[in-house]
Ligand binder design. Structure first.
Ligand code: GLY
Length: 419
């Protein structure tokens, strides 16, 4: 009850402009409008996080303690009943919320956001030694990576280098890839998911900082092998490729979160677009740029790409147009397109216009009402539809890439550069 009253007061103050010290007033541009909105929503998120921590069920606490998962850290999603799902640091999504806080610090230069970003980043340190997952980049590069970029804090650098060393232990040289999951061992021998392309950014960073090219070679090998085995002739990609780690042979081409093994799961296509664009930035290998361009063409020529460019959760979902959307895929695509627009001069205008249109539509039709949805920014993301998990709900990585895309648009329009 107290929480609700505080929220109402906050919203009232917001509309009266009384939060002027930390919350600039709307000035009309889509960038300012959204980042003002984001500052208000994330302030609400802090209260919601406190509430969810204090009200964790005894069963959930017991399970966490029994499994040695440590404290609850950051938000992942809103559940269909409206409650906030907080995750321990081991969850693949734990780094996105601190990443958003770092982006707000970058935009506002306000120490309030820096302190909050530091607090929510520091909760994740133990992950630097967690070799049981490939999600190191998502967790550590979005949090510590942005933190290091903005503060040059040496402690962050050490944590990131250790994280890269831990991730590198999952490299399988015969197959030339980094193993993704350890679960489902009855189903797969060595599964690699397209999402893993996103974790390579941490390895490229680690080579530059440590001058140890091992990380670079692992990243390039993973990207090349993925290019060879994950893509179909129409340039869509599979979700899961299973490898034999002794012969390096492909054993299976499957899905886990998509509609079927042969379908095009939307977020997977988005990870591919972002991943190969980033790999081109880091290597300048033309084949990576070509791959990113191929994915872009697949996406935007697809008859099931909706007019507003916010994809359904899978391009082959059977009941389109009566299928849930995935705003998170749209946000990842927008952010990637701003970067791709820098590398392919013939298509710069097209990529930029498409990214702009995605941001406009997310703002117009997919944004939360202020004060609602546990402080999330975007509605209508889909996590894992086949298991009926996180269907048509707010999810943290949609918000992270939405803010990232807005900052990229801002920088691009002001300076013509991103990095
Ligand atoms: N990396 C997991 C997902 O995209 O859902």
């Amino acid at each position: 009850m107290k929480r609700r009253i505080l929220h109402l007061l906050f919203i009232l103050c917001f509309y009266l402009g009384l939060y002027s010290s930390c919350t600039p007033k709307f000035k009309g541009s889509i960038i300012e409008d959204n980042l003002t909105f984001a500052q208000s929503q994330l302030r609400i998120a802090f209260d919601e996080i406190d509430y969810a921590r204090t009200n964790e069920t005894p069963e959930s606490r017991q399970e966490r303690e029994k499994k040695g998962w440590g404290e609850l850290t950051n938000p992942r999603n809103s559940e269909p009943d409206g409650s906030l799902h907080l995750v321990p640091s081991k969850d693949w999504t734990s780094g996105f919320f601190p990443g958003e806080l770092w982006y707000l610090y970058e935009y506002t230069q306000n120490n309030f956001w820096k302190k909050k970003a530091q607090q929510h980043t520091d909760m994740l340190e133990r992950e630097k030694m967690n070799g049981k997952t490939h999600d190191m980049g998502f967790k550590m590069y979005c949090s510590y990576g942005n933190g290091y970029r903005l503060t040059q804090d040496e402690r962050y650098k050490e944590i990131l280098l250790q994280s890269a060393r831990t991730l590198a232990t999952r490299f399988k040289p015969q197959a030339g890839i980094i193993r993704s999951w350890d679960h489902s061992q009855k189903k797969w021998d060595c599964p690699v998911i397209i999402d893993n392309m996103m974790n390579l950014e941490l390895l490229f960073w680690a080579t530059k900082e440590s001058k140890d090219s091992t990380f670079y070679h692992i990243a390039v090998s993973h990207a090349r092998t993925t290019m060879k085995n994950h893509f179909r002739p129409d340039n869509s990609c599979y979700h899961v490729i299973d490898y034999d780690t002794i012969s390096g042979k492909v054993l299976k081409k499957n899905t886990h979160q998509g509609f079927s093994h042969e379908s095009a799961w939307s977020r997977g296509q988005a990870w591919a677009l972002y991943g190969y664009t980033m790999c081109y930035r880091e290597t300048k290998f033309p084949e990576f740029l070509q791959q990113a361009k191929n994915v872009e063409e697949y996406l935007f020529k697809h008859p099931h790409m909706p007019a507003d460019y916010i994809p359904y959760w899978d391009f082959d979902a059977p009941k389109i147009p009566n299928e849930p959307r995935d705003a998170s895929a749209a946000a990842v695509i927008a952010s990637a397109l701003y970067e791709l627009s820098l590398y392919d001069s013939e298509n710069t205008k097209r990529y930029k216009e498409r990214a702009d249109k995605i941001l406009e539509n997310l703002t117009k039709s997919y944004r939360s009402t202020i004060g609602k949805n546990n402080g999330f920014l975007l509605l209508h993301s889909t996590g894992t539809k086949p298991s009926n998990v996180e269907v048509d709900v707010p999810i943290v990585y949609a918000d992270y890439y939405f803010i990232e895309a807005l900052l990229r648009k801002d920088r691009l329009e002001k300076t013509g550069k991103l990095f």
